[in-house]
Design a protein around this ligand. Sequence first.
Ligand code: ATP
Length: 237
Amino acid sequence: MAQGAVEVEGLSVWAGATLLVRDVSWRQAAGERVALLGRSGSGKSTIARAVADVTSPTLRVQGRVSVGGSQPGRPRASLVAQDSQVALNPLTPVRRQLARPLRSAGLRGAALDARLTTLLADVGLDATAVLDRLPAELSGGQRQRVCIALAIAVDGPLLVADEPTSALDVVTRRQVVDALRATRSTLLLITHDLEVAQALCTRALLVDDGRLVADVDLTTLLDGPDRHLAHDLGLVA
Ligand SMILES: Nc1ncnc2c1ncn2[C@@H]1O[C@H](COP(=O)(O)OP(=O)(O)OP(=O)(O)O)[C@@H](O)[C@H]1O
């Protein structure tokens, strides 16, 4: 399997006797960016967390998720979660959290510092303003961007981004979109912002009531023959 290629087969997620995700399957080519779209509560985050293998222990996951190039004992995906507060260690300054994956990749000294600066600049942050702060000392939007920088620093074969731009202003949103595009990672993107989806992806998987109901081209979904689907799922007014 090529580095970053994704195969999801028969993925189901249960909360007790309730089926939250029903027998979902798809494939992504290495480097392909795919949007997961659907109305609120349809199961997108649950699918994303199952793919990233960070599902809450109260849920039962069935099915197979393979990511080409993932290493045994290491996460198969980096997750940019909706709640950036949870993703970061509250007691550790940003510098140490971001430096950890870079050190694992062999960076030290001036090369490490330079990478920290460019990583943060790519998400629109000034390194001197954030590196020595704790997550709680940052604004919500700054924290969200640190999470994205962290996911990019990990440089895994797959990036799963759950509403990565929802807390950001228009200018910062554009910077984050550019940073995500620049990673060249395979991306599974969850968003309610169709402009962001279009800026990053050409393909969309549509989710309704825990099922995958369509695998479509985003252009035909928003402006072409599949537009009725976008209406039915509440993606457009
Ligand atoms: N740990 C859990 N235990 C029980 N039910 C859960 C759990 N996590 C999610 N659910 C339920 O699963 C369903 C899907 O939730 P999910 O967060 O995946 O939806 P979503 O499409 O990402 O929604 P949104 O767009 O609002 O973020 C919801 O009905 C939710 O209440």
